[in-house]
Design a protein around this ligand. Structure first.
Ligand SMILES: *Cc1c(COP(=O)(O)O)cnc(C)c1O
Length: 409
């Protein structure tokens, strides 16, 4: 049985930025898109849309208008299962899963080179878990066959490479504002391109695709207010811990990892004014929150590195990722599962990122194909667990997680 850290505390799996009810009321210094443009030094203000998935759907629609003869999108075989559903919003598109490098979420360049053809519309290097993906490698391969590059930075708002924000090397990029990904509007996404003509095309395409959804907008506003009220260690037990433990008891790993795919259509709409206002106010606190997270991560990475047999996904020189959580790989599935038996459900912020490799989810109508197999992505799904980098994870609880891992290794 998992032990519980503190009877009343439940740590979130990621270092989300808390929201205050006052964030809904105060007039922000500037609108969210302008605030992000200035902070991240983007050439244009990003477009706010319903979700990261909706942002990707708009990007793919736009690129398809540019290259109408191309029908394939290549994505890492270990990524968010919503990614193919975004491609499913564009008639005629299909998704190819490309295996990752060993013990890394990056696309394997050799496999990518074999999958890229004159049918390839776009390649999606993905900045997973705050890390910075090798976009240059993907770009070089994509450009040889005339394909475009969309940077999936859903989990990496604030990450930089060579001092520059992620999302600016490819043709387009997007961030997610979903709950748990840092800055949040409960559901939301931001879409941008460094190229002026493409940014204008994304905007035109968004205007034609997005439809107002007033009731859904109201629901999301209430959900975001709920986040402001319940995102604390004492209240997360009710809204996060209890459903998690129920899913674990039922042996439902997909529900426990939050990997249940929506059954209906992906909602394509904009972001309401009040949610944008709350996020614009919260944005003022985000750089400090991320910097503290980075300091904490450096200390804790050093401790995690002291565990023989545990490997960590970290940054390469010149990269300055963000640290919502740590991605740790155990030697094999058996050891990882033993660690999860103790720690998942214990309220200490240990969980799984995605439960499966992409081809192993049930997608509609052969949306996803896996031409070469993806053994490395399956190893990631089998060997990885994540440890929260929430400021609420205190030194004592972190040490207890280390002890549990040491015993298993
Ligand atoms: C969450 C996520 C998405 C989708 O973003 P939503 O805002 O949840 O729709 C896309 N890609 C990755 C890597 C993600 O983690």
């Amino acid at each position: 049985m998992p032990r519980t850290a503190h009877k009343s505390a439940e740590l979130p799996p990621t270092a989300g930025l808390p929201l205050a009810l006052a964030d809904f009321l105060a007039a922000p210094a500037r609108p969210l898109p302008d605030g992000l443009r200035i902070w991240l030094d983007l050439p244009h203000s990003p477009l706010p849309v319903a979700s990261g998935t909706a942002a990707l759907a708009v990007a793919l629609h736009t690129l398809r208008q540019r290259l109408p003869g191309r029908s394939e999108v290549i994505v890492p075989a270990y990524t968010c299962p919503l990614v193919p559903l975004a491609a499913g919003c564009v008639p005629g598109l299909r998704v190819l899963a490309c295996d990752t490098l060993p013990a890394s979420p990056d696309l394997d360049p050799d496999r990518l080179a074999r999958l890229c053809t004159e049918r390839t519309l776009a390649v999606l290097p993905t900045h997973l878990g705050g890390r910075v993906a090798d976009v240059e490698a993907a770009k070089a391969i994509a450009s040889r066959c005339g394909a475009l590059v969309i940077e999936d930075a859903a989990q990496s708002l604030g990450a930089r490479s060579g001092g520059r924000s992620v999302g600016l090397s490819g043709d387009a990029g997007f961030f997610s504002l979903a709950v748990g990904k840092g800055l949040t509007t409960y559901e939301g996404g931001l879409l941008f391109s460094r190229q002026a003509s493409l940014q204008a095309a994304l905007k035109t395409c968004a205007a034609s695709l997005l439809r107002p959804r007033r009731l859904l907008g109201l629901r999301r506003l209430l959900e975001l207010a709920g986040y402001a009220l319940f995102y604390t260690p004492s209240r997360l037990r009710l809204v996060y811990g209890r459903p998690l433990r129920k899913a674990l008891r039922a042996g439902d790993e997909l529900a426990a990892a939050g990997d249940i795919l929506p059954s209906g259509k992906i909602p394509l709409h904009g972001l309401g004014g009040l949610r944008l206002r709350a996020a614009a106010n919260a944005l003022a606190r985000l750089p400090g929150h991320l910097e503290q997270g980075r300091q904490r991560a450096l200390e804790r990475l050093a401790l995690l590195r002291g565990l023989d047999g545990l490997s960590l996904i970290t940054d390469r020189p010149g990269q300055e990722g963000v640290w919502p959580f740590f991605m740790a790989l155990l030697p094999d599935k058996e050891a990882r599962d033993r660690a999860l038996d103790r720690l998942w459900g214990a309220g200490v912020g240990v969980t799984r990122l995605f439960a499966r490799a992409l081809p192993d989810y049930a997608f509609p109508d052969s949306l996803v194909s896996d031409p070469e197999g993806c053994p490395q992505a399956r190893l990631l799904a089998d060997r990885m667990l994540t440890i929260t980098n929430s400021p609420w994870l205190d030194a004592d609880t972190f040490r207890r997680i280390l002890e549990d891992l040491r015993r298993i290794l």
